[in-house]
Structures are given as C-alpha cells and as structure tokens.
Design a binder for this molecule. Structure first.
Ligand SMILES: Nc1ncnc2c1ncn2[C@@H]1O[C@H](COP(=O)(O)OP(=O)(O)OP(=O)(O)O)[C@@H](O)[C@H]1O
Ligand SMILES: [Mg+2]
Length: 299
C-alpha cells in the first residue's frame, strides 16, 4: 500500500512539472489560468456541496490554491455547511465597487469561498462596457487560485448550464438511486447536445460497495455512449458514511473532523486523481477566459 502511495506521489510530481511547462507554453498573454471545475448534478441533494468543500480541502493539502464559487442561485450552500456568513457576494462585484478578492471569505485550510448570490441574473441587461470591466475584475481570480471549484445548484437552469459549458471540466455527482441516475443522464444529454467534447467526469456518491459504484457508473457510461455518443469518465466513488452527516451537523468538513473516515479516504484518492489527470490543452486554448465564456453563454 505504501509502495503504491509513493509511486502515485512520484507520478504526481512528474505530472506537475509537466503541467507547469505545458500550460505556460499555451497561454502566453493572459498569464496562468486557473483550472475551472464545475460540480453539478441532475437531481438535488446528492452531495455536491459536501463533495466540493471536502475536495477543496484535500486539494489545498496538496498545496493548491483553491477557490470555491458557491453558484447555487437559490440557496447558497457552502456557507451553511461551514457555518460562515459571507458579508459580500458576487453581487457586490457586479453592482458595487468590491474587488473579487474582497468578497472572498477565508475557509478552513486557507481555501477561499465566494458566494454567488443571485447576482448573475443582473448580467442579462448589463451594458457591454460594464460587462467588460466586470470580466477584468473576475479575471483577478486567476491570480488567487490554481483551481476554481464551482458548486452549482441541481438541474438544468440557464445559469447552471453556462457554468458547466464554460468550465474546463465538469463533475456530475450522482447516487445509485434510479431517480438520480435518470436525472444525471438528462444532464449528460443536455451537455452533450451543446458540446459533445466536454470533459465530463462522474462521481458516484453514497455507494454501499465498490461494486454498486461500478454498476452505476457502467449503466450511465453505456447509455451515454450508445444513445448520446458522449463519453464520460469515472472520477470515483464516495462511500455512504455516517461521518458525512455528522460533520454537516457540526458544521465542520468531514476531512477535518473525521480524517480517517472512509469518506475522507475516498476524497483524498479523488483529489489525487484530479491532480494526476491530464487537463486537455484545448480546454485552455480558447481565446476567451472562463468568465467571459460564462457571461456570453448566460446573456
Ligand atoms: N457519502 C455520504 N454519506 C452519507 N450521507 C451523505 C453523503 N453525501 C451526502 N450525504 C447527506 O446528504 C446531504 C445533502 O448533501 P449536500 O448538501 O452536499 O447535497 P447537494 O447536492 O449539495 O444538495 P443541493 O442540491 O440541495 O445543493 C448531506 O447533508 C448529508 O447528510
Ligand atoms: Mg448544495
């Protein structure tokens, strides 16, 4: 086991050096862009927020600078799970004089959290020159973060779809329940219709066994490739674990509260996989940055 861990670490170090080289070569003018990963789901309540928060902490333990954007336009979530009350949201960046740095709240392990508020709805009627200034402000995030995780609301609203399509990668969270599977399938279908080449990764949460996770993944993968011609990748499984809901009650992420729980071990594996995964270079090659893409998709 420790041999395996050492091998994995060595591979990750090699990969990091390579990543730095390649990413820098491909984005000469704009400086380094943060890797943007959007976490979403078809059905609500499948574990997106807990997954996102704990993943952020696991990645920051690996010395990545992580910013979470809480983009649930209904009820903001991350702050509730953490028990923090952000004073400002993206709305203050959009309408006010706040910079993106000022609205970020510091969370555990130095992760930063930005609350989406319902501010994005204001973008629809915003004049172009104001939008341009806003995009410049948003791009300030690239200086703060190596990885931006976006926790969206469930379902297929226009806002969710804009984040999904603009992100470099999408993680769809699903559980083995049939309703969650059909809703995840509908989500994959909608994404596939807009962008067949999007990198879509599947995280199966609340599995009772590896086999259950495997079967759920295969069901979705087979249906997606056969009927939608969309390829999805397996990110991993997260076990059904009582420590998850216990940590929610304590408003402390399970990775910190119960570091040796099964859920924490799963998350750490997943974080390693994300760091090891090759980010397709063409995902970074768009002439527009992430935020300009979100805004043009949203308007
Ligand atoms: N692996 C797990 N084991 C046990 N319980 C879990 C697990 N994952 C999530 N839960 C339970 O599910 C609840 C909902 O999780 P969470 O808030 O992360 O879902 P969500 O997808 O963000 O919901 P929403 O769609 O409302 O934003 C948690 O409070 C927790 O009680
Ligand atoms: Mg949530």
């Amino acid at each position: 086991m420790s041999d395996q861990a050492a091998r994995l670490r060595a591979m990750i170090q090699q990969k990091r050096a390579f990543e730095k080289m390649v990413v820098n070569q491909n984005i000469p003018q704009e400086g380094q862009q943060a890797r943007v990963i959007c976490v979403t789901s078809g059905k609500g309540g499948v574990g997106k927020t807990n997954f996102t928060l704990n993943l952020a902490i696991a990645l920051s333990k690996e010395n990545k600078r992580v910013v979470i954007i809480d983009a649930d336009l209904g009820l903001a979530n991350i702050d509730v799970v953490l028990g923090v009350l952000p004073k400002y949201s993206l709305l203050d960046v959009i309408n006010g004089d706040r910079s993106i740095q000022e609205v970020a709240v510091r969370g555990p392990n130095d992760i930063k959290i930005i609350s989406g508020g319902s501010g994005l709805l204001d973008l629809i009627d915003m004049p172009q020159e104001k939008i341009q200034r806003l995009i410049e402000k948003f791009n300030g995030l690239n200086q703060m973060a190596d990885i931006i995780l976006i926790d969206t609301g469930a379902g297929l609203s226009k806002a969710v779809l804009s984040f999904v399509l603009a992100a470099h990668e999408v993680i769809i969270v699903c559980t083995p329940e049939p309703t969650a599977i059909t809703d995840a399938y509908a989500m994959i279908k909608t994404i596939g219709m807009r962008d067949r080449d999007k990198t879509i990764k599947l995280l199966i949460n609340r599995v009772e066994s590896t086999n259950e996770g495997k079967m759920t993944f295969e069901k979705l993968q087979n249906a997606s490739s056969r009927f939608l011609n969309v390829n999805i990748e397996k990110l991993g499984y997260l076990t059904e674990d009582i420590h998850v809901s216990r940590s929610v009650k304590l408003q402390n992420p399970f990775l910190l509260q119960y570091p040796s729980s099964m859920a924490s071990k799963n998350i750490e594996m997943i974080a390693q996989r994300i760091l090891y995964d090759q980010v397709p270079q063409e995902n970074f090659n768009s002439s527009k940055g992430f935020f300009s893409r979100v805004i043009s998709l949203f308007r």
